[in-house]
Design a protein. Structure first.
Length: 226
């Protein structure tokens, strides 16, 4: 696979990065496997003929030397050395680039998306506070709008967290504990069940709503609303 194809693919959607990485791995394998195969074949031939360990070691020495000479620059012309150096530089650059893109697309970007989802929770709890905390200000249209926003927050937290590979093994300074995310999502869904209530029924549940909001803020490490 040409280098420019790898770079163009990695600039695209996330799912194209893995095939590109596999292409680089296959390229590396195609360079190393002939050497390994040659050494393994010669070793198998010697196993039946060598009398003891010292003789086997003695016989293996030229094989290792021969395998090394396949990639040794000592027997290369100046042009071959230049081509090898250029190819090694390009290949090294591609490997570094692919590795960086994989880390970015499969780890850094999902973590940023999760932080963005947490920020949206903070925004909606503050922006829709009058509807959440004051039942008298509710009507069907407003309650429906808040319901959709809070439910989307709950689903976003779960999906963004699940999109991060090896989440449970990541340091806590990078991501919140997974149980915090799951619990906050449950509390957000619970809040939506009270948004269409009015009158005495709504007033009786305000304490439960406040408790849920406070728990969400604590779990997601959000600054409490003033």
């Amino acid at each position: 696979m040409p280098t420019h194809c790898v770079i163009d693919a990695l600039r695209g959607p996330r799912h194209t990065a893995l095939p590109c990485a596999l292409s680089v791995i296959i390229l590396l394998a195609s360079l190393v496997l002939p050497i390994v195969s040659y050494a393994a074949t010669q070793t198998r031939k010697l196993r039946g003929s060598a009398k003891d360990g010292n003789e086997l070691l003695y016989e293996l020495t030229p094989i290792v030397t021969r395998a090394y000479s396949i990639v040794s620059v000592r027997n290369m012309t100046d042009l071959e050395k230049i081509l090898l150096t250029s190819a090694s530089t390009i290949l090294g650059g591609v490997i570094v680039f692919v590795t960086g893109q994989l880390v970015s697309k499969f780890l850094i970007e999902p973590i940023q998306e999760l932080r963005k989802a947490i920020g949206e929770v903070r925004f909606n709890l503050a922006y829709y506070a009058p509807i959440i905390y004051t039942p008298i200000s509710r009507d069907k249209e407003r309650s429906d709008k808040v319901y959709d926003a809070i439910m989307r927050n709950s689903c976003d937290l779960l999906t963004k967290a699940d999109a991060i590979p090896f989440y449970r093994f990541l340091p806590r300074r990078f991501v919140l504990p997974k149980q915090n995310i799951d619990s906050a999502a449950v509390d957000l869904r619970a809040i939506t069940t009270y948004l269409h209530e009015k009158g005495e029924e709504a007033d009786s549940h305000i304490g439960e709503v406040n408790k849920r909001v406070e728990r969400i803020q604590r779990q997601l490490q959000l600054r409490p609303l003033e």
